[in-house]
Design a protein around this ligand. Structure first.
Ligand code: CTP
Length: 422
């Protein structure tokens, strides 16, 4: 199972049809083919007639190992694989770059060349990666075409803002090939969590002492971000409530930034209504300063040589509250322990009414805070314990979500958690 899971973490490799249209960003097409091939995908390419002016078919066919197609009525090309068979062959179609003209043709269902014909004929998901001049992008005609295409299920990535080849600055740059390849992996992964709404919390909270100082902890948020990323890859709708962290938002995840435990509690309460699965990885501060100072506390304002005492009050236990009103939701808690790992985790499992507690030994080297690996133990109601070896946090996320799926499947037939349940 371990190696299978690892393969799925990279995104399932599949048959990808890359349609390149005629914009200057087509020069990145060879790099994109390389990134896709490196990801294990079987890649075929088509070029629109305009794209042939920007990128050599020979380069692309050498990189993907198959003849590049551009003509609809070419008997040699059609003889090898006809265009309908090519449309059926694809498990994912990527249009990159997608020019304003190609998006317009897609939106209006034209089939006036090989690429647009394939796009009409295929039943595979389509990912469009726009690249154009900023004014063309913002033009109402383009924006309305996007609305139409989105309604029909076309997925979009970018465009990014920056310096454009045409000399203008603004949105219009094609997303990087590595990001497109990552998105391809995501779209090809079987959507085993489709229909689920995951609420994940991550990172530590920051409790203000004064406007510049705070009480916080060493949690990096990496575990929660890995879970959010893997859940999105499996087709879940994911809301990530994150304490202060510089980590990038995973693809396809909606992020809500918070600072203190009270802010996290509020955000969680708001999102809980639609959540079917809740995973609390956040290291919530158990205490906050009773009366944070409005102004910076200065040594000079204290008697000479005097220390400073802070009065701390208890923060709400967010997970415990979720446990109280969980309804049919699957609730996962985390427990960071320095001793009596399983025993303490079991107490938390019962006290917070969780379906699983993921416990980790924070004293173990190479595992836990601010590193990419974690050695965890799953603790179940009824006394079950499963000890995992030291794994990457992404792999731990995969193992955890496998269990969430099993629990969901075992409960199948019941409606997901709603406010009325709680
Ligand atoms: N948690 C929470 N709200 C808090 C404290 C913790 O929701 N105020 C959640 C964490 O997100 C985690 C779980 O509870 O999923 C366990 O947190 P931990 O701090 O390890 O346990 P505590 O219950 O705070 O117990 P202790 O600090 O005494 O070990």
């Amino acid at each position: 199972m371990g190696s299978d899971r690892f393969a799925s973490l990279k995104g399932r490799a599949g048959r990808v049809l890359l349609a390149v249209s005629g914009g200057i960003a087509a020069y990145k097409a060879p790099e994109l083919v390389r990134a896709l091939v490196k990801g294990g995908h079987n890649v075929r390419c088509t070029l629109t007639p305009a794209a042939e002016r920007f990128v050599s078919p020979l380069v692309l066919s050498t990189l993907c190992g198959a003849r590049v197609r551009s003509a609809l009525f070419d008997s040699t090309e059609e003889g090898e694989i006809d265009h309908i068979a090519l449309a059926d062959w694809a498990e994912l179609v990527i249009v990159a770059p997608a020019t304003a003209h190609l998006l317009a043709r897609m939106a209006h269902g034209l089939a006036d060349d090989l690429t647009t014909t394939l796009l009409l004929a295929t039943r595979a998901p389509v990912l469009a990666v726009p690249a154009m001049n900023v004014n063309m992008w913002r033009h109402p005609a383009t924006q309305q075409n996007l609305v139409l295409l989105r309604e029909r299920g076309v997925r979009f990535l970018g465009p990014e803002a920056g310096e454009l080849a045409c000399g203008w600055e603004g949105e219009g740059r094609m997303s990087e090939p590595s990001a497109i390849a990552a998105m391809a992996g995501l779209l090809l992964t079987p959507p085993t969590l489709a229909g689920e709404v995951l609420l994940v919390t991550a990172g530590g909270t920051r409790e203000a002492i004064d406007p510049v100082r705070a009480i916080t902890n060493r949690s990096s948020g990496k575990m929660g971000f890995a879970i959010a990323s893997e859940a999105a890859r499996r087709g879940a709708q994911v809301v990530l409530v994150a304490g202060p962290t510089s980590l990038a938002t995973p693809l396809g995840v909606r992020r809500v930034d918070v600072e203190s435990a009270l802010e996290m509690q509020l955000a969680v309460q708001r999102e809980l209504v639609s959540a079917t699965v809740v995973i609390m990885t956040a290291a919530v501060s158990d205490f906050r300063v009773a009366k944070p100072a409005d102004r910076k506390i200065r040594k000079e304002d204290l008697p000479p040589g005097a220390g400073l005492s802070l009065e701390l009050v208890r923060n709400p236990d967010i997970l415990k509250q979720i446990g109280e009103e969980k309804g049919r939701r699957i609730v996962v808690g985390f427990a960071a322990e320095s001793h009596d790992l399983v025993e303490n985790a079991r107490k938390k499992l019962v006290a917070k009414k969780c379906d699983i507690i993921v416990a980790n030994d924070i004293t173990r080297e190479g595992s836990g805070f601010d590193v990419d690996a974690n050695a965890v133990v799953f603790v179940w109601p009824g006394g079950g314990v499963e000890e995992l070896p030291l794994l990457s946090k992404l792999e731990v996320a995969g193992r955890l979500l496998d269990h969430v799926e099993k629990l969901r499947d075992a409960r199948q037939g019941g409606a997901p958690g709603t406010k009325a349940d709680g």
